[in-house]
Design a protein around this ligand. Structure first.
Ligand code: PLP
Length: 385
């Protein structure tokens, strides 16, 4: 007779044992690189922590968790257990967990292509035809799609949708009477001055095709380099969504001293006028250092204009790319003291990609790139085809 599980099914469904990203981060955290005290340690380019600003931010805030909870809470309110949210992919790998664990909401990936497509799509472009096809496929597979989730700026690309694109996606949602939830956690980390913000907060609410079904989440973890700070916010124009959130908000409380400190920080306009450009200049510099190394290595990448990372194609280094060799390459780099997240951690159907977080102090980025070059050279020697 099959024995009954000792805990609820929901507690063990969607096991995170395959969550390579987490495994890599754990190994990296057990042996952290330190310029003075642990030169042999691992440099962590895996976790999107904005470490580059740590020194300037600690002057303003005591660093102490947010959008993970905001996504979970919004999924709880917008969907019923078993419903589905469409998610352009590759995507931030924790999203399926964030939506399913407490709220029982599934994700259905809509894969963008790394190549230009015959229908005129540019590499990585998400267009409405792709969303329509994704929605149709999801329905045919029996999913009850209740929302589209966008991350803007995009993790893992480090690029920003245009305002026109966001409006098209919102119009798609209105046509199908589904919600659009936008995670804007990197919205103040646009470091290319030629790129305009397409945060929904910059739109006039009259421009929104369906204001009642447009919702935004944001938090301090990325733009302010405060991972672990329990501050996230949900913004909605819909009073029923607000009522739903109010019912569960007690489970997601932010300590009052954190609320006070964040409010003080966000109200300090003079400090923000200094902090935001300084933070973005740091991201510009660290991304440039990584791009230069990738070019030297002949590794192609998506040129980032925002966010804390670079999405790069290591096919030429890996050689015979498959799930195993992609993972082997990431683990080989880890053995060389460099942690980063392989593409498979981002729910993606193409192989050979990886995301490197560049938001680190300058000296660490330089050392990380030295290690990347060594690791690439030795990987090719050891696994030479
Ligand atoms: C797109 C996105 N949303 C949410 C999170 C998690 O945010 P928090 O640390 O505020 O829970 C991350 C973290 O990497 C992220 O990249």
């Amino acid at each position: 007779m099959a024995s009954q599980c000792d805990v609820a099914k929901r507690a063990v469904d969607g096991s995170t044992s395959e969550f390579l990203l987490k495994d890599i981060a754990i190994r990296a955290s057990k042996n952290e690189y330190d310029e003075n005290h642990n030169e042999e340690g691992i440099i962590n380019m895996s976790t999107a922590h904005n470490e580059s600003v740590r020194e300037i931010i600690t002057e303003k805030f005591v660093i102490v968790n947010g959008v993970t909870s905001a996504l979970s809470a919004m999924a709880y309110v917008l969907c019923d257990h078993g419903d589905t949210i469409l998610t352009p992919s590759p995507m931030y790998g924790a999203i399926p967990r964030d939506l399913v664990v407490q709220s029982g909401v599934k994700t259905f990936p809509v894969y963008v292509s790394s190549k230009a497509e015959p229908d005129g799509r540019k590499p990585w472009e998400l267009n409405v035809d792709l969303l329509e096809a994704g929605l149709e496929n999801a329905k045919q597979e029996g999913h009850n799609v209740r929302a589209l989730l966008l991350v803007n700026p995009i993790n893992p690309f480090g690029t920003v949708y245009t305002k026109q694109q966001i409006l098209e996606y919102l119009a798609f949602c209105k046509r199908h009477d589904i919600h659009c939830l936008i995670d804007e956690i990197y919205s103040a980390s646009i470091f290319d001055e030629s790129v305009e913000s397409s945060s929904v907060f910059t739109f006039h609410s009259d421009e929104l095709p369906d204001k009642e079904k447009t919702h935004i989440v944001w938090g301090t973890a990325k733009d302010f380099g405060m991972p672990g700070c329990p501050f996230g916010a949900c913004y909605t124009w819909n009073s029923r969504v607000l009522t739903g959130l109010e019912k569960i908000v007690d489970f997601y409380q932010i300590p009052s001293f954190v609320q006070t400190a964040v409010a003080k920080m966000l109200e300090d306009k003079e400090w923000l006028r200094w902090y935001l450009p300084t933070h973005n200049k740091m991201l510009q510099e660290s991304s440039t250092t990584v791009m230069e190394t990738l070019k030297e290595l002949g590794v192609s990448f998506v040129r980032p204009t925002a966010g804390l990372f670079i999405w790069a194609d290591f096919t030429n280094i890996i050689g015979d790319v498959n799930k195993d060799t992609e993972k082997q390459f990431a683990l080989h780099c880890l053995d060389h003291g460099l942690a980063f997240a392989p593409g498979s951690a981002f729910v993606y159907n193409e192989l050979g990609w990886a995301r490197l977080v560049h938001a680190l102090p300058k000296a660490k980025v330089i050392e990380a790139m030295k290690r990347l070059k060594e690791a690439c050279a030795t990987f090719q020697t050891r696994y030479a085809l």
